[in-house]
Design a binder for this molecule. Structure first.
Ligand code: ADP
Ligand code: NA
Length: 330
């Protein structure tokens, strides 16, 4: 009964989320609160796979939560919590790990890519079982839908396979989660290399707009965004990836349709477009940055929100894990 459940999370691997995280994920999470029973998590256990400094990890976990809140994740309507506060994630991950084939896990392309770069000795078992922990995150809350980007699609497939396998081996325990793909969600590209997506892991420093960047830095990066040698402001991701990216950013933040922007900038050249995009981005991110600062200035209030979220998450997680333990004989 009631609304479908959505679960999503991001890793606390940076001081600030970037514009791609905001437009591709956070704004969608916020909208889903109107139609779904939403659970949003800061996945700090996942972040441990990159061996962060302990104090830095702790700080980034809080900053990430503050950014969720500032963007409009509403703890009165959604469950907002930190993954490691709910021990059931790790416990269900163990059970699911025992249902996952070694070869199946070894076929995950993200693991193959990262482990190839790091070598066998530099690769941890945690990186290998990362998608199993992700499956536990999702199945623990009997999630119906998961908003996923392209790079997580294979991991969600594994979650679906594990749900089906567990249900068929032990009886119906969890729904098989669906990918939630919203076509209107913007994919944002690197400003300095507009053919690759804006990303902390692959992108250039100058190509990224962080939510907490200084307005001057934001304006400078947009002014120096790579475009092309033409002059016509036209949405054409193949021929004009840089200009198209700027139009996408403008449209997503201002709500102005791209076609209307094309008309407005007809015959005016890229310089004008960049100035206006910079204004639109700064205008949108300034209140967000201030809200983050507000949360970080009240650490007790933030901790209270996260403690209450963990309690609500734990209540659901305990139910599922109890059913799973009973079913498998623990
Ligand atoms: P990163 O690529 O910086 O490591 P993540 O992979 O942690 O970011 O992404 C977190 C969320 O933000 C995911 O839902 C992902 O789909 C979304 N996201 C990341 N980069 C972009 C982007 N450039 N455009 C749109 N959405 C993005
Ligand atoms: Na990534």
């Amino acid at each position: 009964p009631g609304r479908p459940r959505v679960f999503s999370g991001m890793q606390p691997t940076a001081d600030s989320l970037h514009l791609g995280n905001y437009l591709g994920a956070l704004t969608q999470w916020v909208a889903l609160q109107d139609t779904h029973d939403a659970i949003y998590c800061v996945v700090d256990l996942h972040a441990l796979t990159v061996a962060p400094d302990p104090a830095v990890l702790r700080e980034r976990t809080r900053r990430t939560a503050a950014q969720y809140l500032a963007a409009g994740v509403d703890p009165a309507r959604s469950v907002l919590f930190v993954q490691s506060h709910v021990a059931e994630h790790a416990e269900l991950a163990w059970v699911l790990g025992c249902l996952t084939g070694y070869g199946e896990a070894a076929r995950m392309t993200q693991f193959k890519d990262k482990s190839a770069k790091q070598g066998a000795e530099g690769t941890t078992v945690g990186l290998f079982t990362y998608p199993v922990l992700m499956a536990a995150d999702i199945l623990l809350y009997r999630t119906n839908v998961v908003p996923v980007g392209e790079d997580q699609r294979q991991h969600l497939e594994l979650s679906r396979d594990l749900a089906q396998r567990m249900n068929s081996r032990y009886g119906p325990l969890v729904p098989v989660p669906e990918a939630h793909i919203v076509r209107e969600v913007a994919k944002i590209y690197d400003l300095a290399d507009p053919t690759s997506k804006m990303s902390k892991s692959n992108g250039s420093v100058n190509g990224i707009i962080e939510l907490l960047d200084d307005p001057k830095v934001i304006a400078k990066r947009i002014r120096s965004a790579v475009t092309d040698t033409g002059t016509e402001v036209r949405f054409d991701p193949e021929a004009k990836p840089g200009v198209s990216n700027l139009l996408t950013i403008h449209s997503a933040l201002s709500g102005t349709p791209v076609a209307e922007l094309e008309d407005r900038f007809a015959g005016r050249g890229y310089g004008h477009l960049k100035v206006e995009v910079a204004d639109v981005v700064v205008e949108a991110l300034t209140p967000l940055r201030e809200a983050v600062e507000g949360w970080l200035a009240q650490p007790e209030k933030l901790d209270d929100v996260l403690a209450e979220g963990a309690e609500r998450a734990r209540a659901i997680a305990r139910g599922t894990l109890g059913d799973v333990y009973d079913a498998v004989g623990l």
